[in-house]
Design a protein around this ligand. Sequence first.
Ligand code: CA
Length: 223
Amino acid sequence: MRLLVVEDDPDLARQLSEALVEAGYVVDTAHDGEEGHFLGDTEPYDAVILDLGLPTLDGLSVLERWREAGRDMPVLVLTARDRWREKVAGIDAGADDYVTKPFHMEEVLARIRALVRRAAGLASNEVACGPLLIDTKGARASVHGRSLPLTALEYRLLAYLAHHQGRVVSRTELIEHLYDQNFDRDSNTIEVFVGRLRKKLGVELIHTARGLGYSLVAPGDAD
Ligand code: CA
């Protein structure tokens, strides 16, 4: 899952980014409204954390422009304390949820988990696929109750497929959602990571749709 953080306070942006990376996401950061708007308009994020008080273009305008352009990714807005009008305006502009500053990082993480989960149509933090169980809260996975030793990238790959299970996900889509904007993207590496992940899973869950991409399918649900 790839997230965008739009926050002009450099310390806060860094804290958010570090906590989200620790929680298993890959994160792009923008420090003003123009840059944030551009990234959200051109890159496919699984969720966005958007501060409302931003230089160059305020957060509400950023959000309104995204929604007018049909960008429908989940957006969590950060609002100042005691600014209830700001909350109302944010929700009216298309925010999916808000957190009031100052906040506890755990609350932001829980709200982001919920937004990503809802966007995928999932009811719980645990995603199952046959014997595979993914705990999105702990950013870990197990097969038949046996914990899998996954790298951060392998976890992101598995979690992304699991959030879209039953659907073929193209290599391009995987690259867009597993790496941040600074990463030197090479679509061949996805095949290598899928190969490693299959070995670690030990069960046939990741199917290759030749020329199209990959899908996560529970045993017995194939075809
Ligand atoms: Ca601000």
